[in-house]
Ligand binder design. Structure first.
Ligand SMILES: Nc1nc(=O)c2c([nH]1)NC[C@@H]1CN(c3ccc(C(=O)N[C@@H](CCC(=O)O)C(=O)O)cc3)C=[N+]21
Length: 286
Protein backbone atom coordinates (compact mmCIF):
# COMPACT_ATOMS: atom_id res chain seq x y z
CA UNK A 1 0.00 0.00 0.00
CA UNK A 2 1.30 3.42 -0.96
CA UNK A 3 -1.48 5.73 0.23
CA UNK A 4 -1.40 7.82 3.40
CA UNK A 5 -4.45 7.32 5.57
CA UNK A 6 -6.57 10.36 6.39
CA UNK A 7 -7.40 9.86 10.06
CA UNK A 8 -10.92 11.26 10.45
CA UNK A 9 -11.05 10.34 14.12
CA UNK A 10 -7.87 12.29 14.89
CA UNK A 11 -8.86 15.35 12.86
CA UNK A 12 -12.31 15.19 14.41
CA UNK A 13 -10.78 15.13 17.91
CA UNK A 14 -8.68 18.20 17.07
CA UNK A 15 -11.76 20.15 15.95
CA UNK A 16 -13.72 19.01 19.00
CA UNK A 17 -10.95 20.37 21.21
CA UNK A 18 -11.36 23.77 19.49
CA UNK A 19 -15.14 23.60 19.98
CA UNK A 20 -14.71 22.62 23.64
CA UNK A 21 -12.48 25.64 24.27
CA UNK A 22 -14.87 28.03 22.52
CA UNK A 23 -17.83 26.58 24.39
CA UNK A 24 -16.11 27.15 27.73
CA UNK A 25 -15.45 30.78 26.75
CA UNK A 26 -19.09 31.22 25.70
CA UNK A 27 -20.27 29.87 29.04
CA UNK A 28 -18.35 32.68 30.75
CA UNK A 29 -20.71 34.99 28.89
CA UNK A 30 -23.74 33.01 29.99
CA UNK A 31 -24.33 31.18 26.71
CA UNK A 32 -24.53 27.38 26.43
CA UNK A 33 -25.12 25.84 22.98
CA UNK A 34 -28.16 23.53 23.01
CA UNK A 35 -29.05 20.72 20.61
CA UNK A 36 -32.35 18.83 20.36
CA UNK A 37 -32.31 15.44 18.65
CA UNK A 38 -35.62 13.88 17.69
CA UNK A 39 -35.87 10.20 16.91
CA UNK A 40 -39.10 8.61 15.69
CA UNK A 41 -39.25 4.83 15.91
CA UNK A 42 -36.79 2.22 17.10
CA UNK A 43 -34.38 1.69 14.18
CA UNK A 44 -31.29 0.19 15.92
CA UNK A 45 -28.72 2.01 13.72
CA UNK A 46 -30.47 5.33 14.41
CA UNK A 47 -30.44 4.61 18.14
CA UNK A 48 -26.64 4.28 18.02
CA UNK A 49 -26.17 7.54 16.08
CA UNK A 50 -28.50 9.42 18.41
CA UNK A 51 -26.65 8.13 21.45
CA UNK A 52 -23.32 9.21 19.89
CA UNK A 53 -24.68 12.71 19.23
CA UNK A 54 -25.88 13.07 22.83
CA UNK A 55 -22.48 11.84 24.05
CA UNK A 56 -20.68 14.39 21.86
CA UNK A 57 -22.84 17.18 23.34
CA UNK A 58 -22.03 16.14 26.87
CA UNK A 59 -18.34 15.84 26.06
CA UNK A 60 -18.22 19.40 24.64
CA UNK A 61 -20.27 21.05 27.36
CA UNK A 62 -23.43 21.55 25.29
CA UNK A 63 -26.95 21.28 26.61
CA UNK A 64 -28.85 18.51 24.84
CA UNK A 65 -32.29 16.96 24.71
CA UNK A 66 -33.13 13.65 23.06
CA UNK A 67 -36.79 13.10 22.21
CA UNK A 68 -37.60 9.47 21.48
CA UNK A 69 -41.03 9.20 19.94
CA UNK A 70 -42.90 5.97 19.13
CA UNK A 71 -43.01 4.79 15.49
CA UNK A 72 -46.77 5.51 15.37
CA UNK A 73 -46.27 9.23 16.10
CA UNK A 74 -48.38 11.23 13.65
CA UNK A 75 -46.95 13.90 11.37
CA UNK A 76 -48.90 16.63 13.16
CA UNK A 77 -47.60 15.49 16.56
CA UNK A 78 -44.04 15.66 15.21
CA UNK A 79 -44.67 19.09 13.66
CA UNK A 80 -46.02 20.19 17.03
CA UNK A 81 -42.81 19.15 18.73
CA UNK A 82 -40.71 20.99 16.13
CA UNK A 83 -42.81 24.10 16.64
CA UNK A 84 -42.10 23.98 20.39
CA UNK A 85 -38.37 23.43 19.82
CA UNK A 86 -38.29 26.32 17.31
CA UNK A 87 -39.53 28.62 20.09
CA UNK A 88 -37.44 27.12 22.90
CA UNK A 89 -34.70 29.60 23.91
CA UNK A 90 -32.18 27.08 25.25
CA UNK A 91 -32.22 25.12 21.96
CA UNK A 92 -30.00 26.40 19.12
CA UNK A 93 -30.05 23.34 16.89
CA UNK A 94 -32.76 20.84 15.93
CA UNK A 95 -31.96 17.51 14.30
CA UNK A 96 -34.71 15.13 13.28
CA UNK A 97 -33.07 11.78 12.62
CA UNK A 98 -33.72 10.48 9.10
CA UNK A 99 -35.16 8.31 7.67
CA UNK A 100 -38.62 8.87 9.17
CA UNK A 101 -41.41 6.26 9.22
CA UNK A 102 -43.23 6.06 5.87
CA UNK A 103 -46.45 7.76 7.05
CA UNK A 104 -44.50 10.99 7.74
CA UNK A 105 -43.54 13.28 4.88
CA UNK A 106 -39.86 14.17 5.32
CA UNK A 107 -40.12 17.38 3.34
CA UNK A 108 -42.89 18.76 5.58
CA UNK A 109 -40.74 18.06 8.64
CA UNK A 110 -37.54 19.59 7.23
CA UNK A 111 -39.46 22.67 6.03
CA UNK A 112 -40.87 23.17 9.56
CA UNK A 113 -37.46 23.53 11.24
CA UNK A 114 -36.49 27.16 11.74
CA UNK A 115 -33.60 28.03 9.37
CA UNK A 116 -31.59 29.51 12.26
CA UNK A 117 -31.75 26.11 14.02
CA UNK A 118 -31.24 23.96 10.90
CA UNK A 119 -27.97 22.35 12.01
CA UNK A 120 -28.37 19.59 9.38
CA UNK A 121 -28.41 22.20 6.62
CA UNK A 122 -31.31 20.38 4.93
CA UNK A 123 -33.88 23.22 4.89
CA UNK A 124 -34.54 24.60 1.36
CA UNK A 125 -33.39 28.07 2.47
CA UNK A 126 -30.10 26.62 3.80
CA UNK A 127 -29.67 24.74 0.52
CA UNK A 128 -30.32 27.94 -1.42
CA UNK A 129 -27.86 29.89 0.72
CA UNK A 130 -25.21 27.25 0.07
CA UNK A 131 -25.81 27.57 -3.67
CA UNK A 132 -25.57 31.38 -3.60
CA UNK A 133 -22.53 31.33 -1.33
CA UNK A 134 -24.22 33.01 1.63
CA UNK A 135 -23.01 32.01 5.06
CA UNK A 136 -25.53 29.37 6.05
CA UNK A 137 -25.24 26.33 8.29
CA UNK A 138 -23.56 23.80 6.01
CA UNK A 139 -24.71 20.19 5.72
CA UNK A 140 -22.55 18.17 8.11
CA UNK A 141 -21.11 15.39 5.95
CA UNK A 142 -20.15 17.67 3.03
CA UNK A 143 -18.64 20.21 5.45
CA UNK A 144 -16.71 17.36 7.05
CA UNK A 145 -15.29 16.30 3.67
CA UNK A 146 -13.98 19.83 2.99
CA UNK A 147 -12.50 20.06 6.51
CA UNK A 148 -10.71 16.70 6.01
CA UNK A 149 -9.19 17.95 2.74
CA UNK A 150 -8.05 21.27 4.15
CA UNK A 151 -6.62 19.84 7.34
CA UNK A 152 -4.69 17.22 5.36
CA UNK A 153 -3.11 20.02 3.32
CA UNK A 154 -5.05 18.97 0.21
CA UNK A 155 -6.87 22.20 -0.59
CA UNK A 156 -9.39 21.70 -3.43
CA UNK A 157 -8.37 24.96 -5.13
CA UNK A 158 -7.41 24.38 -8.76
CA UNK A 159 -7.91 20.62 -8.49
CA UNK A 160 -10.24 18.45 -10.52
CA UNK A 161 -12.79 16.94 -8.13
CA UNK A 162 -15.02 14.12 -9.28
CA UNK A 163 -18.06 13.37 -7.12
CA UNK A 164 -19.81 10.02 -7.54
CA UNK A 165 -23.43 10.20 -6.33
CA UNK A 166 -25.96 13.04 -6.54
CA UNK A 167 -28.01 12.81 -3.34
CA UNK A 168 -29.41 15.90 -1.65
CA UNK A 169 -27.54 15.09 1.57
CA UNK A 170 -24.06 14.42 0.15
CA UNK A 171 -23.42 14.42 -3.62
CA UNK A 172 -25.06 17.70 -4.58
CA UNK A 173 -23.98 19.79 -1.56
CA UNK A 174 -20.40 18.46 -1.51
CA UNK A 175 -20.10 19.35 -5.22
CA UNK A 176 -21.26 22.89 -4.46
CA UNK A 177 -18.78 23.23 -1.57
CA UNK A 178 -15.91 21.95 -3.73
CA UNK A 179 -16.87 24.50 -6.39
CA UNK A 180 -16.90 27.19 -3.74
CA UNK A 181 -13.36 26.09 -2.78
CA UNK A 182 -12.30 26.67 -6.41
CA UNK A 183 -12.15 23.06 -7.58
CA UNK A 184 -13.26 22.10 -11.08
CA UNK A 185 -16.12 19.74 -10.30
CA UNK A 186 -17.52 16.82 -12.26
CA UNK A 187 -20.76 15.34 -10.89
CA UNK A 188 -21.35 11.72 -11.81
CA UNK A 189 -24.00 9.10 -11.06
CA UNK A 190 -25.41 5.72 -12.06
CA UNK A 191 -26.14 6.82 -15.66
CA UNK A 192 -22.67 8.23 -16.29
CA UNK A 193 -21.04 6.20 -19.10
CA UNK A 194 -17.66 4.68 -18.27
CA UNK A 195 -17.58 5.84 -14.67
CA UNK A 196 -14.12 4.35 -13.94
CA UNK A 197 -12.64 6.43 -16.76
CA UNK A 198 -14.18 9.65 -15.43
CA UNK A 199 -13.17 8.81 -11.86
CA UNK A 200 -9.58 8.24 -13.01
CA UNK A 201 -9.36 11.90 -14.05
CA UNK A 202 -9.90 13.07 -10.48
CA UNK A 203 -7.28 14.71 -8.29
CA UNK A 204 -9.93 14.45 -5.55
CA UNK A 205 -12.44 11.59 -5.75
CA UNK A 206 -15.49 11.78 -3.45
CA UNK A 207 -17.64 8.67 -3.39
CA UNK A 208 -21.18 8.68 -1.97
CA UNK A 209 -23.31 6.07 -3.72
CA UNK A 210 -24.07 3.38 -1.16
CA UNK A 211 -22.57 0.46 -3.07
CA UNK A 212 -20.06 -1.50 -1.00
CA UNK A 213 -16.50 -1.62 -2.43
CA UNK A 214 -17.54 -0.18 -5.82
CA UNK A 215 -14.34 1.82 -6.39
CA UNK A 216 -11.26 -0.25 -7.28
CA UNK A 217 -7.66 0.76 -7.92
CA UNK A 218 -8.22 1.24 -11.67
CA UNK A 219 -10.76 3.99 -10.83
CA UNK A 220 -8.06 6.01 -9.06
CA UNK A 221 -5.45 8.25 -10.66
CA UNK A 222 -2.06 7.50 -9.08
CA UNK A 223 -1.57 9.87 -6.13
CA UNK A 224 -5.20 11.07 -6.00
CA UNK A 225 -7.08 11.87 -2.78
CA UNK A 226 -9.95 9.42 -2.21
CA UNK A 227 -12.75 10.38 0.20
CA UNK A 228 -15.16 7.54 0.98
CA UNK A 229 -18.56 8.69 2.26
CA UNK A 230 -20.12 5.23 2.02
CA UNK A 231 -21.46 3.38 5.07
CA UNK A 232 -22.52 -0.11 4.16
CA UNK A 233 -23.33 -2.77 6.72
CA UNK A 234 -21.99 -6.14 5.53
CA UNK A 235 -23.78 -9.41 6.36
CA UNK A 236 -21.12 -10.11 9.03
CA UNK A 237 -22.09 -6.84 10.77
CA UNK A 238 -18.92 -4.98 9.75
CA UNK A 239 -19.05 -1.47 8.29
CA UNK A 240 -17.57 -0.93 4.87
CA UNK A 241 -17.35 2.02 2.51
CA UNK A 242 -18.08 2.50 -1.19
CA UNK A 243 -14.35 2.16 -1.89
CA UNK A 244 -12.47 -1.13 -1.87
CA UNK A 245 -9.96 0.31 0.59
CA UNK A 246 -7.16 -2.25 0.26
CA UNK A 247 -7.28 -2.18 -3.53
CA UNK A 248 -7.74 1.59 -4.05
CA UNK A 249 -4.99 2.38 -1.52
CA UNK A 250 -2.52 0.84 -3.98
CA UNK A 251 -3.12 3.75 -6.35
CA UNK A 252 -4.25 6.62 -4.10
CA UNK A 253 -1.96 9.19 -2.50
CA UNK A 254 -4.38 9.80 0.36
CA UNK A 255 -7.45 7.82 1.39
CA UNK A 256 -10.09 7.81 4.15
CA UNK A 257 -10.95 4.55 5.92
CA UNK A 258 -14.45 3.40 6.91
CA UNK A 259 -15.00 3.51 9.84
CA UNK A 260 -12.74 6.29 11.11
CA UNK A 261 -12.89 8.62 8.11
CA UNK A 262 -15.84 10.81 7.19
CA UNK A 263 -18.22 9.38 9.86
CA UNK A 264 -16.65 11.01 12.94
CA UNK A 265 -16.43 14.31 11.04
CA UNK A 266 -20.19 14.32 10.42
CA UNK A 267 -20.98 14.47 14.13
CA UNK A 268 -18.21 17.00 14.76
CA UNK A 269 -19.62 19.32 12.07
CA UNK A 270 -23.05 18.97 13.70
CA UNK A 271 -21.48 20.22 16.94
CA UNK A 272 -19.73 23.03 15.06
CA UNK A 273 -23.05 24.09 13.49
CA UNK A 274 -24.77 24.07 16.89
CA UNK A 275 -22.03 26.29 18.33
CA UNK A 276 -22.32 28.63 15.36
CA UNK A 277 -26.12 28.81 15.73
CA UNK A 278 -25.75 29.54 19.46
CA UNK A 279 -23.35 32.39 18.75
CA UNK A 280 -25.64 33.86 16.12
CA UNK A 281 -28.70 33.58 18.37
CA UNK A 282 -26.80 35.62 20.95
CA UNK A 283 -25.39 38.19 18.54
CA UNK A 284 -21.82 36.93 18.89
CA UNK A 285 -19.71 37.04 15.72
CA UNK A 286 -16.94 34.63 15.05
N1 LIG B 1 -31.08 14.24 10.22
C1 LIG B 1 -30.04 13.40 10.10
N2 LIG B 1 -28.78 13.90 10.12
C2 LIG B 1 -27.71 13.05 10.02
O1 LIG B 1 -26.55 13.52 10.03
C3 LIG B 1 -27.94 11.65 9.89
C4 LIG B 1 -29.26 11.20 9.88
N3 LIG B 1 -30.28 12.09 9.96
N4 LIG B 1 -29.54 9.88 9.75
C5 LIG B 1 -28.49 8.88 9.73
C6 LIG B 1 -27.22 9.43 9.15
C7 LIG B 1 -25.97 8.62 9.46
N5 LIG B 1 -25.08 9.49 10.19
C8 LIG B 1 -23.85 9.11 10.71
C9 LIG B 1 -23.04 9.94 11.44
C10 LIG B 1 -21.83 9.51 11.98
C11 LIG B 1 -21.42 8.22 11.81
C12 LIG B 1 -20.14 7.75 12.42
O2 LIG B 1 -19.59 8.36 13.30
N6 LIG B 1 -19.59 6.59 11.99
C13 LIG B 1 -18.41 5.98 12.55
C14 LIG B 1 -18.62 4.52 12.89
C15 LIG B 1 -19.88 4.21 13.63
C16 LIG B 1 -20.09 2.72 13.77
O3 LIG B 1 -19.11 1.97 14.00
O4 LIG B 1 -21.25 2.28 13.67
C17 LIG B 1 -17.26 5.99 11.56
O5 LIG B 1 -17.51 6.08 10.35
O6 LIG B 1 -16.13 5.87 12.00
C18 LIG B 1 -22.21 7.38 11.08
C19 LIG B 1 -23.40 7.82 10.53
C20 LIG B 1 -25.71 10.68 10.37
N7 LIG B 1 -26.91 10.72 9.78
Amino acid sequence: MSAQIIDGKKISDEIREEIRRETAALKERGVQPGLAVVLVGEDPASQVYVRNKAKACEDLGFYSEVHRLPAETSQSELLGMIDRLNRQGNINGILVQLPLPKHIEEKAVIDAISVEKDVDGFHPVSVGNLMIGDDSLLPCTPAGVIELLKRTGQSPSGKHAVVIGRSNIVGKPVSMLLLRENATVTMTHSRTPDLPKVARQADILVVAVGVAKLVKRDWVKPGAVVIDVGMNRLPDGKLCGDVDFGDAAEAAGWITPVPGGVGPMTITMLMSNTLKAAKRANGIDR
